[in-house]
Each structure stands twice: as structure tokens, then as C-alpha cells.
Design a protein around this ligand. Structure first.
Ligand SMILES: [Zn+2]
Length: 356
């Protein structure tokens, strides 16, 4: 068993206390104790099952040795210029006010209002947009359509606009209409807003299409000054006001309640947001050849796992950023402890690829 969020959650649930409410040393002591007990239980079960395991190789990524290796590795990466801090989108819980990892998300299908409203095209015609997050309208930076969607192909490259005095510091929001394969032409009107940020697709589009950043929601979960008269409102209150404004402008075409999957923070049940925060990244994408070469030094059982590993390495894109607990193993520069990139490194000793 190892360090990281699953361990932190496991310990918090077992002792019924939050890590943030405890002294770090006390919490770490609990982690060591409980993971050791769990490891012993697993070993005894696996022994009873007669699993063929060389128990000499049992180790914990919570051990002082693993901590030293992690810290040593991070220092090497920092010195070689591979570790760098950057402001980047991350999952954020507005209630706990912390960056959170994908592993802490709980997907839940909730009834959500799906609203179709219109943007205005240069020729005066309407462009229908369907969204479950109208409160993100002030953060809209583009409208996307599918490149093969014949209803819209003639519109790509043009701009669409909406009067936004009631929900933005700007009088008009004017954005480009762009084409991208990730759009589902069958969902809603087939034209979708890209807001910074509503979901991971928005983050991807923002990166790949080099779009500007407009943050409508602050770290505290309240609307920012970007939203003009809505600044300081909660997300739900802003949603209500924007829908009311769209209704008054007679821009709403259709509304229906749908089952929509919402990402909740498993700790507190709050819907998560994507916000810009400062975090650490590790440059690894130029090392794919070395990772594949190292993989070929290993005897894989079963053999096909090697090609699975190689495909995984080849397809690594921008590596998703997550946080590694501030309370556990990884102690990084002050102020950045909670924001460490997911990265891959070759373990010095046994040359296995490990995801930290
Ligand atoms: Zn939370």
C-alpha cells in the first residue's frame, strides 16, 4: 500500500477525522499504523489463497526509503529543469477551497435543467446553443460545432454575439465559431459553448485552440467581477439571474430537465469546478523513447502487457494534473505542497514505471 489520496481517504474514514484537522505527524503515524495493518491482512489472505508471491519484495511507498527516493527524484527533476511551476486549470472544490484529484471525484447523475438559447449571427439569424451551465455564459470564449455538421459548416470562422449587460462587465459577448471533432452533433442543438472552464473538454479546447481565459467563478465559489452585476453571487443565484435575463430578452428556445452527470467532491458532495491554480508539472513527453526502451528491458508476463504499456506511453498527451496530499509523503516547496503533477519516473532500483 502506498501514499497518496486513497490512503488519506482510507485513514480519514477509519479514524473519522479529517487530515486537515490534525497535526501532520499524528496523521502520518495513523497512516503508517493503519496501512501496516491492512498490508498484513492482505498478506495473510494471499498466503491462504496460496498466491505465488516473493514476499521479500514487499514494500510500502509510505516508507522512509520511498519518501527519500521521491524527494531525491523531485530535486533531480527540478535541477534538470524538468519540474516547473505553472498556472494551469485544475479540479477545484469551492466548498473545501482546495485543488482536488480525479480520484476524489464522485460522478452522480442529477436532474439538471437543459436550456437552449440563442446567440446572434452577423446576418441577424439565430444560433441555438444548449447548456446545463448558463452561469458560465460570461466565461464563454468560443462556440464549437462538429466539422461534418452540415447545419453549421458555413458558419465556422464567423463570430456570434449575445447582449450581456445583465451578466457581464462587457456589454456584448462576441466569440468565434470553431469546428472540433469532440462536439457531439446529436446533443442539444449540436453547437456548444466553450467556457473557461465548465468541464475537461473546455480545458482541452482552451489549450488546443489557444483561447483566452475568462474566469466567471472564483476560488470561493462566488461569481467574479467578470460577471458585472452578478459579482459576489453564488453559482446557483447567478444561474437563476442569467436564465431570467435570457428569458426577458426572449432568447430561450427550449428548456427540459435531463439526467446529467455532475462531478462531486467525494468529501463534501459539492459540484467541482475547473479553476486556474499554480501547480507543478514534470516535462516527460520528450522522453517517450527512453520509457519505451526501458519497457523493453523488462520480461513482461503476460507478454501482451508490453504492447499495452507501449501504446500507453505513445498516447501520452498533456499529463493531467492532480494533487498529491500535502500531509503524506511528498514534501515540496512551501505553498506548492498540494499541487504536484501526476508524473512518471523510472524507479532507480527496479526500473519499473511507476505513476506517482
Ligand atoms: Zn469539497
Amino acid at each position: 500500500m502506498g501514499n497518496g489520496l486513497p490512503t488519506e481517504r482510507f485513514v480519514e474514514k477509519t479514524i473519522k477525522r479529517k487530515a486537515t484537522e490534525m497535526d501532520r505527524a499524528d496523521f502520518l503515524a495513523q497512516c503508517f499504523k493503519l496501512t501496516q495493518e491492512a498490508e498484513d491482512r492482505f498478506e495473510s489472505i494471499w498466503r491462504r489463497l496460496s498466491l505465488s508471491v516473493d514476499w521479500n519484495y514487499r514494500y510500502s511507498t509510505l516508507s522512509p526509503e520511498a519518501q527519500q527516493t521521491s524527494q531525491w527524484s523531485f530535486i533531480q527533476l527540478y535541477r534538470s529543469g524538468r519540474a516547473y511551476a505553472q498556472v494551469a486549470p485544475t479540479l477545484w472544490c469551492p466548498d473545501c477551497q482546495t485543488a482536488i484529484a480525479q480520484a476524489e471525484l464522485e460522478d452522480k447523475a442529477l436532474p439538471t435543467l437543459f436550456t437552449t438559447f440563442t446567440f446572434r449571427l452577423p446576418d441577424g439569424k439565430s444560433l441555438p446553443i444548449a447548456t446545463t451551465r448558463p452561469e458560465l455564459l460570461p466565461a464563454c470564449v468560443a462556440i464549437f460545432v462538429h466539422p461534418d455538421d452540415k447545419r453549421y459548416t458555413h458558419l465556422t470562422g464567423q463570430e456570434a454575439a449575445i447582449d450581456s449587460r445583465a451578466f457581464s462587465a462587457q456589454a456584448t459577448i462576441q466569440v468565434p465559431i470553431l469546428a472540433d471533432e469532440l462536439v457531439d452533433p446529436l446533443k442539444g442543438s449540436g453547437a456548444v459553448m466553450c467556457c473557461t472552464f465548465g468541464d475537461s473538454t473546455d480545458v482541452r479546447w482552451w489549450r488546443t485552440h489557444h483561447l483566452p481565459l475568462r474566469a466567471a467563478i472564483g476560488r470561493d465559489g462566488y461569481m467574479t467581477t467578470l460577471t458585472g452585476p452578478l459579482a459576489g453571487l453564488t453559482i446557483m443565484a447567478a444561474r437563476k439571474q442569467i436564465l431570467q435575463s435570457l428569458d426577458e430578452q426572449a432568447l430561450i428556445l427550449q428548456q427540459e430537465t435531463i439526467e446529467h452527470t455532475v462531478g462531486l467532491h467525494e468529501r463534501c458532495g459539492t459540484p467541482v469546478e475547473y479553476l486556474q491554480t499554480r501547480q507543478w508539472f514534470i516535462r516527460v513527453l520528450d522522453q517517450k523513447g527512453r520509457f519505451i526502451e526501458a519497457g523493453r528491458q523488462i520480461r513482461w508476463k503476460p507478454e501482451y502487457m508490453r504492447s499495452r504499456y507501449e501504446h500507453w506511453v505513445e498516447n501520452l498527451q498533456w499529463i493531467g494534473v492532480s494533487h498529491v496530499s500535502a500531509y503524506l509523503v511528498f514534501r515540496f516547496p512551501p505553498g506548492h505542497a498540494a499541487h504536484v503533477a501526476h508524473y512518471c519516473w523510472l524507479h532507480e532500483r527496479n526500473c519499473r514505471l511507476i505513476r506517482v
